[in-house]
Structures are given as C-alpha cells and as structure tokens.
Design a protein around this ligand. Structure first.
Ligand SMILES: [Zn+2]
Length: 240
C-alpha cells in the first residue's frame, strides 16, 4: 500500500512536462505572496476609500405656542413633511425648522468592509421670528418629539462586514496576480524572443561548422575542438 503522499509526489513529477522558467516561478511566488498581501490592501483601502452619506431621520418645526389671548406660553415642536421646510404657517408663529440627521461613513473597496453610523444630530434653520438666543429652547422642544418617536441615536456604532472582507480580499488577490502577469508579459516576450534569436544564430553557425560563439569559420579546426579565434569549445553543445 503506497502512501497518498507518494502517489501525489508521482502525479506531481509526471505532470511537470513543461519546464518552468524564472517568470513562471515569479508568477507562482507572487500568487502565494499576494494571498497574504490582499487582506492588508483591503485594510488599507478602509482609510483610502471613504464615502459619507447623510440621512434625514425626521424633519420638525418648532413654533411658539400661544394661548387664547395670543400670549406666548412656550416652544413646541411637531413633525412636518420634508417638503414643507421653510413654508409659511399662517395659523401660528413658526420659529425654526429642525433636520434630525444621521451621518454614516462607509469604508472599503471594492465592497464596503465597514461602516460607522454616527450619533444623530439636529440641524436648526432659524426662521425670521427666531432670535439666536432661542435655539436651546427650540432644540429642547424638538428633542421631546424625537424621543417620543423613538428615532434618537445617541452613540456611534461601527460594524465590520466579514463577508465583504473575504470577497474583497479574494478580489484583490486576483487583481494583484493579474497585474503581475500583465507587468511580466512584455518582459517575458522580450526574453523569449532574445533566447529564440540566440538559439537560431548558434544553430545556424553549428550547421555551417562555424564557431557557435563568435561565428568564425572553424572548419579546419574541428579536430582541435577549440575555436582558434575565441577559444570556445566547438564540440560540446553549448548550454543556452
Ligand atoms: Zn569562436
């Protein structure tokens, strides 16, 4: 009973029909190396590819509450339709429009590998009837409505997307390997052409009984075995 490793070794040995040159080896080494580099690139892309979005959770209007006699009795707020921002309100005294917004930062490429949702904040747009000093009152009134609706977000939360990490690492692994292949291709071709040209020249010199190295007509020096011009071996098939 042969061990499975022995069988694998034999398969491997018998599969090596084509000689691997230095470029094939570089490509293989790159492929292995990039498996470790790809996650680092994904990690780096988290700081290089950052997109930010803002979503409006709620739009409110703060207004002066009036009693029957028309006296101000405090600031109230109510949710309004986003398209009614800044619209006049004939039946009461509007003070400000409040956009309750949340910023989200998305990081990573090609997929989003993590994102952070920041605590939501109120952006106050004062209307003509509202002096700057009343903004804290406006915010307090808005906050009551926001809490009642339950849309408040008071802490930043960051989430990592594991599946996106795995996919992005794989994508970078493939992209880096392909980039190496593309960079190597012209060098590979030039090297191949040079080798082929060199071989063709030497073969033709050998065919004419000339010295393969310098091209000197060595017909009369064949028995000496050495080129009288450059001293290189004539019989031994050169390794090229
Ligand atoms: Zn020679």
């Amino acid at each position: 009973m042969r061990s499975p490793f022995a069988i694998l070794r034999e398969i491997r040995r018998n599969s090596r029909r084509v000689e691997r040159n230095r470029f094939d080896r570089a490509q293989s080494a790159g492929f292995v190396l990039f498996a470790f580099i790809a996650p680092l690139v994904v990690w780096k892309m988290e700081s290089l590819r950052v997109r930010e979005t803002t979503s409006t959770l709620m739009v409110l209007r703060a207004f002066e509450m009036l009693d029957d006699a028309g006296r101000a009795i405090g600031v109230r707020a109510t949710e309004i339709d986003p398209k009614d921002r800044g619209a006049p309100w004939p039946q009461s005294l509007p003070l400000a429009d409040i956009d309750f917004v949340q910023r989200t930062v998305w990081r990573g490429w090609p997929l989003v590998t993590s994102h952070t949702e920041f605590a939501a904040e109120s952006k106050v747009t004062r209307l003509p009837a509202c002096p700057a000093a009343r903004v804290p009152e406006v915010l307090r009134a808005a906050r009551i409505v926001i809490d009642r609706k339950g849309v408040a977000v008071d802490a930043d939360t960051t989430r990592t997307h594991i599946a996106a990490w795995v996919f992005s690492s794989g994508a970078w692994w493939i992209m880096l390997s392909m980039a190496l292949a593309i960079v190597l291709a012209p060098i590979r071709l030039a090297w191949f052409l040079r080798k082929e040209t060199r071989t063709a020249v030497r073969q033709s010199r050998i065919g004419r009984c000339h010295c393969p190295s310098c091209g000197y007509n060595a017909k009369h020096s064949i028995l000496h075995g050495r080129c009288p011009e450059c001293g290189s071996e004539l019989y031994e098939r050169p390794t090229y």
